[in-house]
Design a protein around this ligand. Structure first.
Ligand SMILES: NC(=O)c1ccc[n+]([C@@H]2O[C@H](COP(=O)([O-])OP(=O)(O)OC[C@H]3O[C@@H](n4cnc5c(N)ncnc54)[C@H](OP(=O)(O)O)[C@@H]3O)[C@@H](O)[C@H]2O)c1
Length: 343
């Protein structure tokens, strides 16, 4: 059966302006880091993308290395673009990135122009696209002049490979530098992609959100559910069908007695608000409008539907926010700290 998107797909989603740009993004975006590689059946990937679009999620986030194996998530998404979204390209914001290891040798990772442009071309080929909407430098490279990395993003946009440029996991100081270089080159930085959730608040400590607000750059918070810790998933132990059993990025020790104590107490707060814990965690990231969109992952369509329900209540009382601060411990779960720690 050919897929026909829900007619009412734009009725329930909230769209928020990305910084001081012309682009609006859905409050919830879908990332394809996990569960879109060769180890997940294609029909599940299709069902997740279809459910997302039916719910008004117009933004799909990829990177060169998403899989496993690296590249396979882009290939799978390319297939879905052909079979399901062929007539809807102009309704979609598709992003990709380069920064982490993609191929062997000195030109297969980090921030050189050589790597970024070649990787962008490879991503376009895997997805069967003429252009992506956003192309990111995936991490700060301390050994490459920032002018070169930003120059590559500028070139990628000017050559028509991407509509907009973005950066990921750069700290506030490096962000200000990168944004200034891009501005001088005439290609404004559209968006920053940092990790951010109730248990990982480095963007607050670093002042990144203040910097982005000042500079008019939007933001997309990744791992808003702390890879699933901030859901009801682990309340009663570790279920078989969970990321924690896969030994990939949700590492041993991240789910521990202390984090679970926070999660149980947060679950009670969510219940009192009439939300699932996942919905409250997303609402928390989106509170106050400084983060443009929350970038979720999922392993099944029902999770996406549950997450989209978050937008029904994005408001918090001062008492609720204080309670959340009091009961949540910051956890050592920021796998991307190295990039943002580089002065
Ligand atoms: N820029 C970067 O360096 C970077 C790094 C990491 C991620 N990202 C981006 O951020 C995206 C999201 O990352 P993430 O997948 O770690 O985000 P996340 O939303 O924090 O975690 C997603 C996981 O939470 C669980 N989940 C989701 N909704 C649920 C619900 N309603 N109820 C119960 N459990 C639920 C699922 O776990 P199970 O799979 O266990 O069911 C799902 O796989 C990635 O796909 C990628 O696009 C970017």
């Amino acid at each position: 059966m050919p897929y026909v998107p829900a007619e009412n797909r734009y009725e329930n989603m909230l769209y928020r302006r990305c910084g001081r740009s012309g682009v609006q993004l859905p409050a919830i975006s879908l990332g394809l880091w996990h569960n879109f590689g060769g180890d997940t059946p294609h029909d599940i990937k299709r069902a997740m993308c279809q459910t997302a679009f039916d719910q008004g999620i117009t933004h799909f986030d990829l990177a060169n290395n998403y899989g496993p194996p690296p590249g396979s998530a882009e290939e799978a998404f390319g297939e879905i673009l052909k079979t399901d979204f062929a007539g809807y390209r102009d309704e979609l914001i598709i992003s990709s990135k380069a920064g982490y290891l993609m191929w062997p040798g000195p030109y297969g990772e980090w921030g050189s122009r050589k790597y970024l442009v070649a990787s962008c071309d490879q991503s376009l080929k895997r997805m069967g696209l003429d252009y992506v909407d956003i192309f990111y430098s995936h991490r700060f490279d301390p050994d490459t002049p920032l002018e070169e990395t930003m120059g590559a993003l500028d070139y990628i946009v000017r050559s028509g490979r991407a509509q907009y440029a973005g950066i990921s996991s750069y700290n506030a100081h490096r962000t200000a530098e990168a944004v200034a270089i891009l501005k001088d080159l005439g290609t404004p930085c559209l968006i920053h992609q940092p990790s951010y959730n109730i248990l990982n608040r480095w963007v607050d400590h670093d002042g990144l959100l203040d910097t982005l607000e000042d500079l008019g750059v939007g933001s997309i918070a990744f791992t808003p559910l702390a890879q699933g810790i901030l859901t009801n998933k682990y309340l009663n132990g570790v279920p078989e069908d969970s990321r924690a059993t896969q030994g990939k990025s949700l590492l041993d020790g991240m789910i521990n007695e202390r984090s679970l104590a926070s999660v149980r107490a947060l679950h009670d707060v969510a219940e009192a608000r009439g939300q699932t814990l996942a919905q409250m965690a997303l609402a928390w990231v989106l509170r106050g409008g400084r983060v443009t969109t929350a970038l979720i992952g999922a392993s099944k369509p029902a999770q996406i539907e549950d997450c989209v329900g978050a937008i029904k209540n994005l408001e918090f009382t001062d008492a609720e926010l204080a309670k959340i601060d009091e009961i949540s411990s910051e956890e050592d779960i920021n796998l991307w700290a190295r990039s943002s720690e580089t002065e």
